[in-house]
Write a protein that binds this ligand. Sequence first.
Ligand code: IMP
Length: 197
Amino acid sequence: MKLVLASKNQKKLAEMNEILSGLGVEVCSEAEAGVDLEVEETGTTFEENSLLKARAVMEASGLPAIADDSGLCVDALGGAPGVYSARYGGEGLDDPGRTRLLLENMRGQTPRTCRFVSVITCCFPNGDVLSARGECEGTVAYAPVGENGFGYDPVFFVPELKKTFAQLSPQEKNARSHRGRALEAFQVKLEEYLKNR
Ligand code: IMP
């Protein structure tokens, strides 16, 4: 079975193929499916946004499509930046800029607990929808540490490891990350779905 990934991120494509190839599933890019969409993420939950993206690409390609929506939720900030993680502080900021803004907004705030969340949704042309969520708990570090990863990784501190996500290898991060966990849960649901088709 072929799934189209509703994303232009090559890293996500490789990661999904690595995990789902065991089920005889091939994940291809939007470009390979002849689709080039910019889906507006107008939802207020990770579930809504991943569904919006997957449904739009499924409708445009006629093939089953998979999407993930993710972000960082900080307790002391009422769950922000949450679904707005990629746009925190406006379009003008890059990853280090958003990280700095987060640290500024966390000055003097307690607790510093937070979690990364990822929701993966797959839409099939017959109307079926599969969805899975993964979370990873941490705290907001006091300053960026580490060179690996992307986004908020340098300030996402994992207390058990006494390291930020940016200090972990990709394998170490995938083994515990929100996206790794969501993909694992999704894999189980997809396996069950394919068996009962
Ligand atoms: P999405 O591509 O709409 O899901 O946006 C996700 C945003 O959340 C990214 O741009 C990052 O800012 C943040 N984010 C999600 N997952 C991670 C991660 O694993 N590490 C660091 N930042 C992440």
